[in-house]
Design a protein around this ligand. Structure first.
Ligand code: KIV
Length: 290
């Protein structure tokens, strides 16, 4: 089986993603929240998402609801400073696109002025008006349907969505409406694989799945999940390619033991004085207090 292992060398653009949908090339997306993770991810993936998942992944919150526009700006700026080759998408946090079009445009426009190529926002029919307002201002929008984490309280937890016929049909309608409103791509999260396959087949824009089966036009996973950096329960849809948490803990423990034993630092890891200065400081005695 031949595998397309390489990310493109040029900057990834929205027209490229549209072409890839027609050509059947899968879109690889991960998250980054700072310059280090952006530099790790950018040469490898097609799209970097500065996700509001920064709230639970990095900032210690239980969910994404406390994440603000100011927090997103802070993390987006760090990622954008690395000038990633991957397309840079910034997530619109809770309440940043719900109040009115002016607020929504200001928040999303601020993300583009800080280096994002596009924004992502959660929700279907209820958010169409805001999607249209953004698209009218030349702000590209990625939609997000299914298990939308900002709706955690309404969903009663992080549960697979749209298993019943009326919910599944509503999702398909929402997907079509988001496409009509001008979304250039659509994240499908936490829905049955058959439903994601039907949406992918019916839409002309690419679908990016997370916990939505293999038929989507691409996949997104949180970088910290791919690297096994999250301690504790791992959802079924996550595949970790490294036991990162354990490996980092082991490396740090090794260093801590070396410090305690006096094995770190060695002479090779230390700076030296010229011999003459060495003699001078050896002869130094503290002056008497006046
Ligand atoms: O915030 C995020 O990381 C996301 C992805 C999981 C799609 O929305």
């Amino acid at each position: 089986m031949s595998r397309t292992l390489e990310a493109p060398v040029e900057r990834v653009t929205i027209p490229m993603l549209q072409r890839w949908k027609q050509d059947g090339r899968r879109v690889v997306t991960t998250t980054a929240y700072d310059a280090v993770t952006a530099r790790v991810a950018s040469p490898v993936v097609d799209v970097i998402l500065v996700g509001d998942s920064v709230g639970n992944v990095c900032l210690g919150f239980d969910n994404t609801l406390p994440v603000s526009v100011a927090m997103m700006n802070h993390h987006l700026e760090a990622v954008a400073r690395t000038r990633p080759r991957a397309m840079l998408v910034a997530d619109m946090p809770f309440l940043s696109f719900h109040l009115n079009a002016e607020d929504t445009i200001r928040n999303a426009g601020g993300f583009l002025q800080r280096g994002a190529d596009a924004v992502k926002l959660e929700g279907g029919t209820k958010r169409i008006e805001m999607v249209r307002a953004l698209v009218n201002c030349e702000i590209p929008v990625m939609g997000h349907l299914g298990l939308t984490p900002q709706s955690v309280n309404v969903m009663g937890g992080f549960k697979v969505q749209a298993r019943k016929a009326d919910d599944a049909l509503r999702l398909l309608d929402d997907a079509r409406r988001l496409q009509e409103a001008g979304c250039f791509a659509l994240v499908l999260e936490g829905i049955p694989a058959e439903l994601a396959a039907r949406a992918t087949e019916a839409l002309t824009i690419p679908t990016i799945g997370i916990g939505a089966g293999p038929a989507c036009s691409g996949q997104v996973l949180v970088l910290h999940d791919v690297l096994g950096l999250i301690e504790g329960h791992r959802p079924k849809f996550v595949r970790a390619y490294l036991d990162g948490f354990k490996l980092l803990r082991e490396a740090l423990s090794h260093w801590a033991a070396d410090v305690r034993d006096g094995a770190f630092p060695t002479a090779q890891e230390s700076y030296r004085l010229p011999e003459s200065v060495g003699h001078a400081i050896a002869k130094w005695t503290p002056s008497k207090p006046t």
